[in-house]
Design a binder for this molecule. Structure first.
Ligand SMILES: [Zn+2]
Ligand SMILES: [Zn+2]
Length: 240
């Protein structure tokens, strides 16, 4: 193991958080071992073309929910299912502050077949949450995606106007109520949004309500199109 690897092992657990085997000595995805990192699978099974929810057949291009209420975005792209190593890595980045993981995760995002766009807009945190966490994990991912795909990042295009309680473990109705009208485009950013094709970036899509509310705010500010891009999507309850 090289010096940097030895140093990393002093700072971080020496076991892979996914399989509990020896950690990688490679900087790129430490502390995950190479087998676990390379095992992160791209989702290729059928999904709704609009919201990305897994569907039972490639013949179903739109899920029942999107048929009933078309979403304010044109498409959703995500890398994998929120599970295993991908889930663990997002968790370590977001809640344990392992910011180094933003790069390998951002590189996964960069492999998605993104449509041409003027800019990337990360889902913002409320300023109070940002103070607690000290960084917005989605903006960090956006920085790498922006660099890799040469699309500008607009970290301040959206603003979260209301603090909402943690979403984890809440039901769909409650989540919806929590994020309803919680985002806007500040006047100073309006010029960067109007008439533009945007990539709205989030780390994980759960029910899709955050993506809908952010897209609604961007559309209201005159965005021409919004494509939702995320690292992971959780499976709807009936698939678990
Ligand atoms: Zn492992
Ligand atoms: Zn759908």
């Amino acid at each position: 193991m090289n010096l940097i690897g030895t140093f990393l092992n002093l700072l971080f657990p020496s076991r892979c958080p996914s399989c509990d085997g020896p950690s990688a000595s490679s900087l790129s995805h430490h502390p995950f071992c190479s087998a676990c990192w390379e095992g992160i699978e791209r989702y290729t099974a059928p999904a709704c073309l609009l919201c990305g929810v897994p569907t039972s057949s490639f013949h179903t291009t739109r899920c029942a929910s999107c048929m009933k209420t078309p979403p304010p975005f044109s498409k959703t792209l995500f890398y994998g299912i929120y599970d295993g190593t991908l889930k663990e890595a997002i968790h370590l980045l977001k809640f344990r502050g392992l910011k180094r993981l933003a790069r390998p995760l951002g590189l996964l995002l960069a492999t998605l077949p993104l449509p041409p766009a003027h800019a990337i807009v990360p889902v913002p945190l409320h300023k109070k949450r940002l103070r607690e966490r000290e960084f917005n994990q989605t903006a960090l991912l956006g920085r790498w995606l922006s660099k890799e795909r040469a699309v500008p990042l607009l970290p301040d295009a959206l603003r979260k106007t209301r603090e909402t309680p943690h979403q984890t473990g809440r039901g769909r109705e409650e989540r919806l109520k929590n994020v309803l009208n919680a985002f806007d485009v500040p006047g100073t950013s309006a010029g960067q949004v109007e008439g533009r094709d945007l990539l709205l970036l989030d780390d994980v899509i759960t029910t899709g309500t955050t993506a809908r509310e952010c897209s609604r705010a961007l559309a209201k500010a005159g965005a021409r199109s919004v494509t939702v891009v995320a690292l992971a999507r959780s499976l709807p309850r009936q698939h678990l």
